[in-house]
Design a binder for this molecule. Structure first.
Ligand code: GRG
Length: 300
C-alpha cells in the first residue's frame, strides 16, 4: 500500500467510524436533556483524525476479522473515551484551551458545567458500546469482557488518567527522558495500544499476535507523541487547530529534551521498533505497516 492508497483508506474508514459515532450519540441523546447531547456532539463529532478507531478496525481486519458494521461500533468506543479526555483536558482547571480540532472548545461554547457532565456521560456509554459490539465479533461474549477490560484499563489510573495526572504534576518541572516516556506511555500510548489490542482480541487473534501488536502500539505511541511535540514546536495554532502550546503551558517536551533533529530521529527509531514487532509475527499487515510511517510524517 502506498501513501495515496492510505489516504483513501483513512478517508473511507473515517466515514464509517463517524456513522457509528453518530448512531452512538443519537442513542445517548435519547437518554439525556438536549444541551448535554449538543455538547457531546460538539466534542465527539469535531474534525479529529479518528486514529484510535482506525487502528482498531485495521488491527481487527489484519488479524483476520471478517465483520463489518460491528467493528466500527467497537471502534467508536475508543473515540468516545478519547473525546471525553479532550473535553476535560481543555477545561480551565487543566490546560485551559480555547481551540481544539479547529473549533471552539466544548466548554467555551456550552460552559464548564455542561462540558464536565457531557464528557462524564461518555465514559459509561463507551463501555456499554464496547461490550455490546464486541459480543457480536469473533471473540464472542466471553472474549468481549476481555476487550472491554482492555479499554477501561487503558483509560484508567494505570493508563490515560494516570498519565494526565503526571502531566499536570510535571508542569513547570524538567522531566528526565524516562519520566517523559512514562508520562506519555500512559497519557497517549495506553489508549493507542489498547486500540490495536482490542481489534486483535475481537478477531480472536493468537496471544503472540496480540502481544506483538501491543509492542507495535507502545513504540508507535511514543513516536506519535514525539511527532506531536515536533508539530507543536514548528506549526501554528491555526494549522494544528488547537491551543495553547506545551511551551505556553511550561511542560517538558521531547523537542525541549533532545532538540528538533534528535527528536525526529528518536521518532524514526521508535517506528523502526514498531515495524520490527510487526515483522516478528506471521500476519499480512500492509495498512499497519504504512500507518506506522504516516504517524511521524503527518502534518497535524
Ligand atoms: C482526572 C487527572 C484526570 C484526568 C482525566 C483529561 C484526561 C482524563 C486525560 C487527558 C488525556 C489526553 C488529553 C491525552 C491527549 C493525547 C493526545 C496526543 C491528543 C491528541 O490526539 P490526536 O492527535 O487528536 O489523535 P485528534 O483531534 O486527531 O483526535
Amino acid at each position: 500500500m502506498d501513501y495515496l492508497e492510505l489516504k483513501e483508506y483513512l478517508g473511507a474508514e473515517m466515514l464509517c467510524v463517524d456513522k457509528a459515532l453518530d448512531q452512538a450519540i443519537t442513542f445517548i441523546e435519547s437518554e439525556l436533556e438536549s444541551d448535554i447531547g449538543d455538547a457531546i456532539r460538539h466534542g465527539v463529532m469535531s474534525d479529529g483524525k479518528r486514529l484510535r478507531p482506525i487502528l482498531c478496525t485495521t488491527a481487527y481486519r489484519e488479524c483476520g476479522g471478517r465483520a463489518e458494521k460491528d467493528v466500527y461500533d467497537l471502534s467508536a468506543s475508543l473515540e468516545m473515551i478519547h473525546a471525553y479526555s479532550l473535553m476535560h483536558d481543555d477545561l480551565p482547571c487543566m490546560d485551559d484551551a480555547e481551540l481544539r480540532r479547529g473549533q471552539a472548545t466544548t466548554h467555551s461554547v456550552f460552559g464548564e458545567d455542561v462540558t464536565i457532565r457531557a464528557a462524564a456521560a461518555l465514559i459509561p456509554a463507551a463501555a456499554r458500546q464496547a461490550l455490546q459490539s464486541a459480543r457480536k465479533l469473533e471473540c464472542g461474549a466471553s472474549g468481549a469482557a476481555v476487550v472491554v477490560r482492555e479499554l477501561l484499563e487503558a483509560a484508567g489510573a494505570g493508563g490515560m488518567v494516570g498519565g494526565q495526572w503526571l502531566d499536570l504534576l510535571g508542569e513547570g518541572q524538567t522531566l528526565s527522558p524516562k519520566e517523559l516516556d512514562e508520562l506519555h506511555g500512559r497519557k497517549t500510548g495506553a489508549l493507542l495500544t489498547a486500540s490495536l489490542v482490542m481489534g486483535a482480541l475481537a478477531a480472536a487473534a493468537e496471544t503472540e499476535t496480540v502481544s506483538a501488536l501491543a509492542s507495535y502500539g507502545r513504540s508507535m505511541g511514543l513516536a506519535f507523541q514525539i511527532t506531536d511535540d515536533v508539530l507543536d514546536a514548528t506549526q501554528s495554532a491555526e494549522l494544528l487547530g488547537k491551543n495553547p502550546s506545551d511551551v505556553d503551558l511550561d511542560k517538558s517536551t521531547y523537542v525541549g529534551l533532545y532538540g528538533l533533529d534528535q527528536a525526529k530521529e528518536h521518532a524514526r527509531e521508535r517506528i523502526a521498533d514498531a515495524l520490527g514487532a510487526l515483522e516478528s509475527i506471521d500476519i499480512d499487515a500492509p495498512v499497519l505497516t504504512v500507518l506506522a510511517r504516516y504517524v511521524i510524517e503527518r502534518e497535524r
